[in-house]
Design a protein around this ligand. Structure first.
Ligand code: P6P
Length: 337
């Protein structure tokens, strides 16, 4: 433990000095999120002992079985965000409606979050995560419920926590992507990966091949080329089934993560505001690309706070390759009409 350790809070206090107009509220908000993640990390690692595995016997707005840890994580995010005095509106994967913070605690930010993503993996000890995006109106006024739906262009910061072999927070506030490992001996997130950048091309593709026969022809063609030695050295296949794990590996090693539309999920499965936008913001800040197959994820203007979207994100050249195949099939289908 050196005497000059850069903790997460110290790092963002320094970052905010670059902006004379900074009020310190974003740093205050990130500190609250950090606390929620520390408690969730502890709960996840002790879930088996404290009987926090299993379900609560209800379904959430997404129609998914609610796990006990989902409830705890969601309540932690809500309580800590509200008590940060920086947030006006909360959008949670676990809550059907948008939550408005009471007036005396209100701030200028909107936080959209998935408090515990990948919860189907909890009971078998596979890595899971928390994902968040922080939005703000250009004029810094407090948003009303009617102003809650903003595109990724209004994101001021985003991040994810990975509860894996270590607990790591990866955050961007628009000046690069930075990774902080939780040092449980001192209860602090310490800077370990400054300015994370994604390789221009990778050697891994990440998709749930169980839906192969459900995909569009373009996606089948893309995945087939990744396996075909005649088209170049085949890629490796990796798929955890927890978005945070699959995206973190993609940033670290390069390659592409794909969750396309399927017959079961014609608009894709992953949610725009609190899964795809935060991951797209981070991957873009790391020098990669994130699109719905046609336009950047960050350009999509939401019409519903739980809406879903197909997503293709990762190394620039890999995402461009799948976009080109999608465009080719679109062109062919237009011609054949
Ligand atoms: P599938 C987890 O349930 C999740 O929301 C993401 O974390 C993950 O990327 C995706 O769903 C996995 O979905 O259909 O492959 O099981």
């Amino acid at each position: 433990m050196d005497s000059n350790t850069i903790t997460l809070t110290r790092f963002f206090l320094h970052e905010q000095q670059k902006f004379p107009e900074a009020t310190g509220e974003l740093t205050q908000l990130l500190a609250s999120i950090q606390t929620a993640v520390k408690v969730i990390s502890s709960a996840v690692r002790r879930a088996g002992i404290t009987k926090l595995f299993g379900t609560v016997g209800e379904q959430n707005v997404q129609g998914e079985e609610v796990k006990k840890l989902d409830v705890l994580a969601n309540e932690l995010f809500i309580n800590l965000l509200k008590s940060s005095y920086t947030v006006a509106l909360l959008i949670s994967e676990e809550n059907e409606t948008i939550m408005e913070v009471e007036t005396d605690k209100k701030g200028k930010y909107i936080v959209a979050f998935d408090p515990l993503d990948g919860s189907s993996n909890i009971d078998c000890l596979v890595s899971i995560g928390s994902i968040f995006a922080i939005y703000k109106k250009p004029d810094n006024t407090f948003p009303t419920i009617d102003e809650a739906l903003m595109s990724g262009k209004h994101v001021v910061a985003a991040g994810y926590a990975l509860y894996g072999s270590a607990t790591m927070l990866v955050i961007s506030s628009g000046s690069g992507v930075h990774g902080f490992m939780l040092d449980a001996t001192i209860g602090e997130f310490v800077l370990t990966d400054q300015n994370m950048t994604i390789p221009k091309r990778g050697k891994i593709y990440s998709i749930n091949e169980g839906y192969y026969h459900d995909w569009e022809d373009s996606i089948r063609e893309y995945v087939d080329t990744k396996k075909d030695p005649a088209k170049g050295k085949p890629y490796g296949a990796r798929y955890v089934g927890s978005m945070v794990s699959d995206v973190h590996r993609t940033i670290k090693y390069g390659g592409i993560f794909l969750y396309p539309a399927t017959k079961a999920a014609p608009k894709g499965k992953l949610r725009l505001l609190y899964e795809c936008v935060p991951m797209a913001f981070i991957v873009t800040q790391a020098g990669g690309l994130a699109s719905n197959g046609k336009i950047p994820i960050l350009d999509i203007v939401p019409t519903n706070h739980h809406q879903r979207t197909p997503i293709f994100l990762g190394s620039e050249e890999d995402v461009k390759e799948v976009q080109d195949i999608i465009a080719k099939h679109e062109k062919c289908s237009c011609v054949s009409k």
